[in-house]
Write a protein that binds this ligand. Structure first.
Ligand code: ATP
Ligand code: MG
Length: 436
């Protein structure tokens, strides 16, 4: 995109309403604007980041055999009423009426709806297992929306659901999702630590939350320092091989790591004192197994191998896609602005024309722009170099191609890597090779 033709409204001053770095930077870099409390408009650069994160999530779900579908944001309240969940959910659920005075709800989560869909279409154990997911907006009327997109009321979530014949098979699906999640976070350029977690009102016995360790996190977490540095080679794990899956799962869940609800003092005492860490975490995902609870609520049953009816064992798996935009910035920024991981950056490179109107810099910039179709932001404004440098650092593009008159005369550009600040003088071709 050309900056002069784009809606990329950067702000120099710190917005007074923002308390944490990611919220400030998302407003300043022109990624989002608040429309109502906890409800945001995603401007073009912010939408690109959100789409990039969703795409990584999607690819890692697909890779382990989960199937993508799309459920609606609005549902009839009937299913929630008939299963007793309508009153149980509380005021976080947005309830509306249509013109015929029928009750609707805006989905805060979809266990019921998906279990009911399977009730209608799956009848035999031969059709299991199934893992289904979608990436869709949720609404929860949070009492205190805050920290920008980190705790919104409308937010984008990947929610997935597994259906298995029995508990052992459900545990396998759970472990496969653990693998998919760690691969996802690795590709997004963050360390998200799986922590033993409370299952909350949903019930069940098995749950992990994934936390990015950051002082601005809302959760209190306890962990063995070893979890900060372990790197599990998730690429080598074949999710269809039960032995490999078990070894992987044991390796990632053995070091002590728990949220405060699950903090276990006896186990904590076993961690050598010098390795005990207590800190804050941002919850970017959670996985659950909750057994047959929802299958029973909606009357989902399949015929088992011996002909008896069996209620499938279910799990649910969430990733906060829009929260991740903020969480990634919390993990990757400096005083000058955002430092996007390559995998999610809205633009791979910015092209900075330091002398707009000059024939030589203009020609070189156009050449660079044409060589990176759809992947570069060309700063073609009539602005001082200092303004262009500051905005490029603020927006956090992994690379900057800086084109000044002296270099242009010699046929060179300056290539800056945002993460390290390293600069090199190169021919345009050499710079493009680095960026690619
Ligand atoms: P929290 O404890 O932060 O309120 P939760 O445990 O209620 O979240 P889940 O039902 O586990 O949330 O939803 C799955 C994921 O969706 C969470 O791990 C989180 O990343 C994200 N999420 C939940 N609530 C919000 C919100 N209000 N704004 C943005 N993301 C959210
Ligand atoms: Mg949760």
């Amino acid at each position: 995109m050309r900056l002069t033709r784009s809606l990329l409204p950067t702000i120099k001053q710190n917005p007074a309403e923002a308390q944490i770095a990611s919220h400030r930077l998302m407003l300043r870099a022109g990624l989002v604007r608040q429309v109502a409390a906890g409800i945001y408009a995603w401007l073009p650069a912010g939408w690109r980041v959100l789409r990039n994160i969703a795409q990584v999530v999607r690819e890692e779900q697909d890779r382990v055999g989960a199937q993508e579908l799309l459920l609606p944001t609005l549902q009839s309240a009937d299913l929630w009423r008939s299963t007793g969940r309508y009153d149980a959910y509380g005021p976080e659920m947005l309830r509306l009426k249509d013109r015929h005075d029928r009750d609707l709800i805006y989905s805060p989560t979809n266990e019921l709806l998906i279990a009911d869909l399977l009730r209608q279409s799956v009848h035999s154990y031969r059709e299991l297992p199934q893992i289904l997911y979608h990436i869709q907006w949720k609404f929860r009327d949070e009492t205190r929306p805050r920290f920008g997109v980190m705790r919104g009321r409308e937010f984008l979530m990947k929610d997935g659901y597994s259906f298995d014949l029995d508990h052992a098979a459900a545990v396998r699906s759970y472990r496969i999702m653990m693998l998919a999640y760690l691969r996802t976070f690795q590709r997004l350029g963050v360390q998200a630590v799986p922590m033993a977690a409370d299952t909350g009102p949903i019930g069940g016995d098995l749950s992990h939350e994934f936390h990015i360790l950051a002082p601005t996190g809302e959760s209190q977490v306890f962990y063995d320092a070893g979890v900060e540095t372990i790197r599990i080679g998730t690429d080598d794990v074949d999710h269809t091989d039960p032995g490999q899956l078990d070894r992987f799962f044991t390796a990632v869940t053995t070091p002590y790591a728990a949220t405060d609800e699950k903090h276990d003092l006896a186990a904590w005492e076993q961690v050598p004192a010098e390795r005990r860490r207590e800190g804050r975490g941002i919850e970017v995902g959670q996985i659950f197994n909750f057994g047959t609870l929802y299958s029973e609520l909606v009357g989902l049953q399949v015929a088992g191998p011996d002909g008896t009816s069996i209620a499938p064992n279910m799990g649910s798996y969430g990733i906060g896609v829009s929260r991740l935009v903020g969480a990634l910035i919390e993990a990757h920024h400096d005083d000058a602005g955002i430092i996007w991981p390559d995998s999610v950056a809205p633009f791979r490179a910015a092209i900075l024309n330091l002398k707009q109107g000059d024939a030589a810099t203009g020609a070189l910039c156009e050449q660079a722009y044409a060589a990176m179709p759809g992947r570069a932001l060309y700063d073609d404004r009539e602005e001082r170099a200092g303004v262009k440098f500051a905005d490029a650092d603020l927006m956090g593009h992994p690379w900057q191609v800086i084109v000044g008159p002296r270099g242009a005369a010699a046929g060179t550009v300056e290539l800056k890597r945002r993460a390290t600040g390293e600069r090199q003088e190169l021919t345009l071709d050499a710079a493009l090779a680095h960026i690619a």
